[in-house]
Ligand binder design. Structure first.
Ligand code: PLP
Length: 406
């Protein structure tokens, strides 16, 4: 019944395919720069010390059980997550205009938002994604029947933001279109708008009556400062938008496999906003119930312990600075090594880009050579996960880049 005409063989997920190829490679100096997961200076996964502490505290609790969470998730967690992403002084929280649902990490949050927009928009909106964007955005939004367009984002020449191209596309978008934005540490380019550019983007979107979908997977991971990294979200809320935002705790807590995330919807300030948010929440609850019934507990419990305890929270901020700081150091080291080798080209973008990823500018054939000749694994668009670099392999990596660009 499900023959190849109706269910053709799909391509393997490129990122997970790359991971498998890396695993198969027996070369001792191989370098994994594929998946966006933090590694310590020994190329090992890092359990944040504060997460270990919270985990130990949870395990000591004799009342810990494995009951279901409510449909919207662990309330202490989602309340703290809301304060974190909107800012503790957010007018949306003070006015009771925000509702939050715990989800299957950031992916689940994007999906819940996409599903809601598809089901409840008067007319199905077009969704504008940055070109390029996290590849999964395309699948998530198209799987719920929404039409996708892209807006220019990355300028190949400057290896920075194509701000004019982005603004021109936003200006042309029909009103009520959904504009998906990465509030910090853009994946895959590592290129973020400046605060002034964010203000211009928000002003244009207001004028054009566009809906912001802010997908935030790296708060605290970009600059090391939680409040710097959520500037765009705070600004859009302050400008009185109705908007939604998806929040992942995979990267900033290192809780990748625990799938802790939250979806937030903020209603615009207007009479009846509190009733509106209740209505929306009632429908989100039905969508959530039909998809996952209720979210997984353990990761949320860990994050909740940390977010709700000022001492642990301060330790978490320290851990965030450790991760973002190491990545920033690696950016400097790559650039310095390439300059030392007199590698052709300008490598300033390595240090001006931010967050987990860098868009190196290597071409597809160069990426292929990196893998085949030098055993360095990266996605074919030239993206590297900075966290895969360390003091032990950065020189090797730079030499490989030097070789393939010559
Ligand atoms: N959104 C963006 C832009 C991402 O880069 C990621 C992860 O790579 C996610 C969402 C979701 O990640 P997760 O589902 O692991 O929280």
């Amino acid at each position: 019944r499900f023959d190849e005409n109706v269910c053709p063989q799909a391509a393997e997920d490129p990122l997970f395919g790359l991971m498998a190829a890396y695993k198969r490679d027996s070369f001792d100096k191989k370098v994994d720069l594929g998946i966006g997961a933090y590694r310590d200076n020994n190329a090992k996964p890092w359990v944040l010390p504060v997460v270990k502490k919270a985990d130990d505290l949870l395990r000591e609790d004799p009342n810990l059980n494995h009951e279901y969470l409510p449909i919207a998730g662990l309330v202490d967690f989602t309340n703290a997550a809301q304060k974190l992403i909107l800012g503790p002084e957010s007018p949306a929280i003070k006015d009771g205009r925000a509702t939050s649902f715990q989800t299957i990490s950031g992916t689940g949050a994007v999906h819940l938002g996409a599903l809601f927009l598809s089901k409840f928009s008067e007319q199905k909106p077009t969704v504008y994604l940055s070109n390029p964007t996290w590849a999964n955005h395309h699948q998530i939004f198209s799987n719920v029947g929404l039409q996708i367009k892209t807006y220019p984002y990355f300028d190949k020449k400057t290896k920075g933001l194509d701000f004019n191209g982005m603004m021109a596309a936003i200006k042309e978008a029909p009103s009520n279109s959904v504009i998906v934005l990465h509030p910090c540490a853009h994946n895959p380019t590592g290129v973020d708008p400046t605060e002034d550019q964010w203000k211009q983007i928000a002003a244009l979107m207001k004028e054009r009556d566009l809906f912001p979908f802010l997908d935030c997977a790296y708060q605290g991971f970009a600059t090391g400062s939680l409040s710097q990294d959520n500037f765009a979200i705070r600004h859009f809320v302050e400008q009185g938008f109705e908007l939604c935002t998806s929040q992942s705790f995979a990267k900033n807590f290192g809780l990748y496999g625990e799938r802790a995330g939250v979806f937030h919807w903020v209603v615009a300030p207007a009479p009846g906003a509190q009733d509106a948010v209740k209505r929306l929440a009632s429908q989100l609850a039905i969508l959530q119930r039909s998809e996952i019934s209720n979210p997984p507990a353990y990761g949320a419990r860990i994050a909740s312990k940390v977010l709700n305890d000022p001492k642990l929270f301060a330790e978490w901020e320290e851990d965030l600075r450790t991760m973002s700081g190491r990545i920033i150091e690696m950016r400097k080291a790559v650039k310095a090594e390439l300059e030392k080798l007199n590698t052709p080209g300008n490598w300033d973008h390595i240090t001006s880009q931010i967050g987990m990823f860098s868009f190196t500018g290597l071409t597809e054939p160069q990426v292929k050579a990196m893998q085949e000749k030098h055993h360095v694994y990266m996605t074919k668009n030239g993206r590297i996960s900075m966290a895969g670099l360390n003091t032990g392999n950065v020189q090797y990596f730079a030499k490989a880049v030097d070789d393939v660009v010559r």
